[in-house]
Ligand binder design. Structure first.
Ligand SMILES: Nc1ncnc2c1ncn2[C@@H]1O[C@H](COP(=O)(O)OP(=O)(O)OP(=O)(O)O)[C@@H](O)[C@H]1O
Ligand SMILES: [Mg+2]
Length: 369
């Protein structure tokens, strides 16, 4: 995103730098979000997600850069601006259930309105409305300790949204829940965010969570942004090997770029052991003729057949077949490379048989290494 693109956004993070001692945790990142949108910071442990979130919340002071939300500057060290956290009007939901155990659900959710000194009847109305939204009406008078993990996270969410803040921040809020509940809560949380329309930043290292929930994803590594974009764009047009590997499953092969044409297509050669193939593909951003690149092919875009159906088909040997009901996960040996392939059960692939692999050139992408 260019600085011009960012300057029209509701939330703007510009050239954010954050050190801890001599270590740079966030290395000059910039991004923006539209009002009401849901943005996810995705990346492995230690890449700077929480640091970015805490900098927005005002729980860390930043070294340089600027953070602005809805025309209000939260912080800008070069102008000595630092708005304290309580003046930033932010709702937060964390991994650990931050609701107070000695209070009822209603008291927990009412708290942000009480410190804003709203009158009693308004507080009652808004708490009831919010508890209904998160489906906790029946639990209103229960003590927080009597709630299940999922219910506690709903109560945290209710408390975060009850005052209709300018911004919602989530730091891995679902990671303490078991898989089934986590999957249900993703959808639920997204529904609620959609309904209240509060601009949200969500931190996770779980790529499927990011794909399901986000309007936009920022993939981070080592304090930097590797790529940002809509989920489908990040998945189908990764900028580089790192992003391709981090999101979804991909066959990633060392490739030499032989040809690049103006329409963004081209050809690469791949060689593994005895086997060599020249494959048509799309050429990703920053990849040029003659480059050593990575060829990225999703398993669902590798087509199998018993006959050679295209000049660029390659012949391999089925190594492993796992039947998973509606699809078949298989591995196909080709020289020293083992392709991950998703086949259809009706293909009836058998371990040990020879088959041809064909690649749709629109879904075969040469990316930077
Ligand atoms: N309070 C702190 N003091 C010193 N170093 C810190 C502090 N907080 C974070 N760091 C360092 O900054 C870097 C980024 O940490 P951060 O917590 O932002 O990562 P993260 O992406 O949230 O990781 P995780 O997925 O594990 O939560 C790490 O190298 C971490 O060790
Ligand atoms: Mg973190």
């Amino acid at each position: 995103m260019t600085s011009e693109d960012i300057s029209s956004k509701y939330l703007q993070v510009r050239n954010l730098v954050k050190y801890f001692g001599d270590d740079k945790a966030v290395d000059n990142i910039s991004f923006g979000i539209d009002e009401g949108a849901f943005l996810t910071l995705l990346g492995p442990s230690g890449c700077g997600k929480t640091t970015t979130l805490m900098s927005i919340a005002g729980l860390h002071t930043i070294n340089s850069g600027a953070i602005e939300v809805g025309g209000l500057t939260y912080t800008e060290p070069s102008s000595s601006i630092f708005l304290p956290p309580e003046k930033r009007d932010i709702g937060m939901v964390f991994q650990s259930y931050a609701i107070w155990p000695h209070m009822t659900v209603t008291q927990n959710v009412a708290y942000p309105l009480e410190i804003r000194k709203l009158n009693k009847s308004e507080i009652d109305d808004r708490v009831a409305e919010t508890l209904s939204l998160v489906d906790l009406t029946d639990m209103a008078e229960k003590n927080a300790t009597q709630l299940s993990g999922g219910q506690q996270q709903r109560a945290s969410l209710a408390r975060a949204i009850v005052s209709n803040p300018r911004l919602l921040l989530f730091d891995e809020p679902l990671s303490n829940l078991d898989l089934k509940l986590r999957e249900a809560m993703r959808v639920e949380l997204k529904r609620i965010q959609n309904e209240v329309g509060i601009t949200s930043i969500y931190v996770t290292h779980d790529q499927s969570e990011a794909l399901v929930m986000s309007d936009e994803i920022i993939v981070m590594s080592k304090g930097n942004i590797e790529q940002s974009g809509e989920p489908v764009e990040i998945y189908s047009k990764p900028n580089n090997k790192y992003v391709s590997n981090f999101i979804g499953v991909a066959n990633l092969l060392d490739a030499k770029v032989e040809k690049v044409t103006e329409d963004g297509s081209g050809e690469v050669t791949v060689q593994y052991g005895e086997m060599t193939a020249r494959l048509p593909c799309r050429i990703g951003r920053g990849v040029h003729q003659g480059d050593e690149a990575t060829l990225s092919v999703r398993p669902e875009n590798v087509h199998v057949s018993r006959d050679k159906t295209s000049d660029s088909s390659i012949e391999g040997k089925v190594e492993n077949v796992i039947f998973l009901g509606n699809h078949v996960d298989c591995r196909v040996n080709w020289g020293e490379y083992e392709w991950k392939v998703i086949a259809h059960p009706r293909d009836r692939l058998k371990e040990g048989e020879k088959i041809y692999l064909r690649f749709d050139s629109d879904h075969t992408l040469a990316v930077q290494q």
